[in-house]
Design a protein around this ligand. Structure first.
Ligand code: PMP
Length: 351
């Protein structure tokens, strides 16, 4: 057996690889991407600027220009910010900074599967808090209890939560910080929430954001993190150097100079999400969960048959029915008006 000769750590060997069902489909609503591509004129602007820079030397280590642009856009000191190759990279760096063998890390379940993997790789102890996604709220009281009663020293909060769409109650981050725990707040979908403001800085609070969703730049792999200057300096030690390439960095700078595109995309997606949710609620046997993100998760009578039938009709969504607490559930990303209509019509014909 080849596997027996591989000296991988037991913790890694026991893990399942991150997978995604790859299928071709005319209507792709499976990865919570933006349905709106970055404008052609701005792509050209990026390429022109990048062509003028040398490609034979490493990018500037600190991503100083991008961090300055983010600092100005979000009114945060540049020393509190790190930029990286997708927010995944920064989540990994933050978890590597705060999690070690013996440390318990609490998170609501179901949530983004990457957290548990990163905790396990770091040797920490995952402490999943099961909750019912139908309420649209994350289990704040029980996350607090995970720290106060069960000894968690780190809490990971994804709000709005992937894949359920629910959010942490207002003031929840502050309540979690009062427990003394380190709080990693993943706001990958925060731009689609009614309250998209950033919480006040705290040495024990790390906020991860991305350009992959609201900004429509998933292909560029751009994420950023903010905390306080002291905490950012620690996480910087755990992050890979030179991970952000100059094309991505320049793209983010151009995007921030044209924020109106992002604002228009977010407004369109929120309005379509509300329309989609209302229409899905009317369908017999379809139970959509309240969502403040750019996707809607719903329970239906036969998830696999529904998924397959949609696929056969050229509409690819995500089968999340194997996630804990999501039996019978599928997740659809909010697309353009036309894509959403196509999905709704297909679903209506199935139920
Ligand atoms: N956090 C959550 C909750 C996500 O759903 C995703 C992407 N699926 C990410 C982080 C990763 O985003 P990025 O593309 O910036 O790595």
């Amino acid at each position: 057996m080849i596997a027996s000769t591989i000296a991988a750590r037991d913790a890694v060997r026991a893990m399942k690889a991150y997978t995604l069902e790859l299928r071709d489909a005319a209507t792709k609503l499976n990865q919570n991407e933006s349905p709106f591509d970055f404008p052609e004129a701005l792509k050209r602007e990026v390429l022109e600027r990048v062509a003028q820079r040398p490609w034979n030397v490493y990018p500037e280590f600190e991503a100083t220009r991008l961090r300055a642009a983010l600092a100005a856009a979000y009114d945060i000191p540049a020393q509190s910010l790190l930029a990286g190759n997708g927010s995944n990279e920064l989540l990994a760096a933050a978890i590597a900074t705060f999690v070690e063998p013996g440390r318990r890390v609490a998170f609501a379940r179901p949530t983004f599967a990457l957290y548990e993997k990163l905790i396990t790789i770091a040797g920490g102890e995952p402490l999943p808090i099961d909750f019912d996604p139908r309420s649209g709220e994350l289990p704040l009281d029980r996350l607090v209890a995970a720290v106060e009663r069960d000894g968690a020293s780190v809490v990971i909060v994804c709000s709005p939560n992937n894949p359920t769409g629910g959010v942490l109650a207002r003031g929840g981050i502050e309540r979690l910080l009062k427990t003394g725990a380190v709080v990693l707040f993943d706001r990958a979908y925060g731009d689609f929430d009614d309250d998209d403001s950033l919480p006040p800085p705290d040495d024990r609070l790390v906020v991860c954001s991305t350009f992959s969703k609201a900004w429509g730049l998933a292909a560029l792999r751009l994420g950023w993190l903010c905390s306080t200057p002291a905490t950012a300096a620690e996480i910087r030690k755990a992050k890979l150097p030179y991970s952000l390439n100059i094309v991505s960095e320049e793209t983010a700078i151009v995007a921030l100079e044209h924020r109106r595109y992002r604002d228009a995309n977010v407004a369109a997606i929120i309005s379509e999400r509300e329309r989609l949710y209302a229409a899905m609620r009317e369908l017999d046997g379809i139970e959509p969960f309240p969502s403040r993100a750019n996707f809607i998760t719903f329970r239906c009578r036969d998830a696999r048959a529904t998924f397959d039938a949609l696929c056969a009709g050229g509409i690819l969504i995500r089968d999340v029915s194997a996630y804990p607490n999501l039996d019978g559930c599928l997740r659809v990303s909010v697309g353009t008006r036309e894509e959403n209509d196509r999905f709704l019509t297909a679903l209506e014909n199935l139920v």
